[in-house]
Design a protein around this ligand. Structure first.
Ligand code: FMN
Length: 270
């Protein structure tokens, strides 16, 4: 076993990012014969301490794309990264619309934290808002792409080739993606919150998995904090008791399902 560690750092509200991040990290640890460390930053508890890495570490940092960017709720935390010269691999996962500037933004944040990015990738997983958009992704083709990517990254590392990678996008990134209706009018659902149906038995699991701690554990029908529309509560409630009924949100979801049907493929850079 080598002294080197591969970090699996991820934020995943509905599980898509976690699948990609764990598969990639596992494949790299096998090839490099080294240990894996997991840093799950999906809940406030996971983001309590700044992430500190060492010079020999390899950091897989995997995040979902929200409005074409890195989720803004994570920016304060990501700005506390202490890379100390670690080699990083930014990975973004999106719901088959587009990843816009998210990959380049994540590279910028990792580099500002003192990491060197030796590769990067964009993968596709089921869209957080939908049961149909990119349903079943990541699938076998995506898993094969993860495997190819791990092979290429490990070949580079075993060659001691730590040359920085060039990733697509603009940094600092321009404005967030603005959802629009059929007439081109901006859709604003920033203040939308999940509602609670009769199936809720008050177990509080939705509060446990909420990435912003927005749901009151003692009264899960009460959303007192900032809702980021990640759908963790909607998709992970076994009683299907949470739902969104905001009209602008539902219009956006419908338009995404109608217009983003053409399959996107993973993009790998090293
Ligand atoms: C608030 C929000 C904004 C999103 N914006 C985009 C986007 O701009 N492009 C896209 O293709 N997918 C977008 N998605 C979908 C997620 O990037 C995608 O479903 C991702 O796999 C979610 O990761 P998770 O399953 O780990 O939660 C968005 C999801 C949310 C919750």
């Amino acid at each position: 076993m080598s002294e080197r560690r591969v970090w699996c750092m991820f934020f995943s509200a509905t599980g898509g990012v976690k699948k990609i991040a764990t598969q990639l990290t596992r494949a790299m640890c096998e090839k490099l014969e080294c240990d894996r460390r997991t840093l799950d930053i999906s809940t406030p508890a996971g983001r309590e301490k700044p992430p500190v890495f060492a010079a020999d570490d390899i950091v897989i940092c995997a995040l979902p794309v929200y409005a074409g960017r890195v989720p803004n709720v994570l920016l304060p935390y990501l700005r506390t990264i202490q890379g100390n010269g670690a080699w990083a691999v930014p990975v973004v996962v999106y719901g088959n619309r587009a990843y816009d500037n998210a990959l380049r933004e994540l590279q910028g944040l990792l580099e500002e934290g003192g990491c060197t990015c030796i590769g990067g990738a964009a993968f596709i997983a089921q869209h957080s808002f939908s049961d149909t958009l990119a349903a079943g992704r990541p699938d076998i083709t995506d898993v094969n792409a993860v495997s190819t990517f791990s092979y290429q990254l490990c070949a580079k590392i075993l060659d001691n080739d730590f040359s920085p990678v060039t990733l697509p996008g603009v940094y600092p990134p321009p404005a967030y993606y603005q959802p629009r209706d059929e007439k081109g009018e901006a859709l604003d659902f920033l203040k939308a919150k999940p509602r609670t149906g009769p199936g809720c038995n008050g177990c509080g699991f939705c509060a446990d998995v909420c990435p912003t701690g927005a749901i009151d554990h003692n009264d899960p029908t009460s959303v007192t904090g900032v809702c980021i529309k990640c759908n963790a509560c909607v998709k992970r409630c076994v009683r299907h008791a949470k739902f969104f009924d905001d009209p602008a949100y539902l219009t956006h979801k419908k338009l995404l399902e109608e217009t983003c049907t053409e399959r996107k493929e993973p993009e790998l850079f090293w």
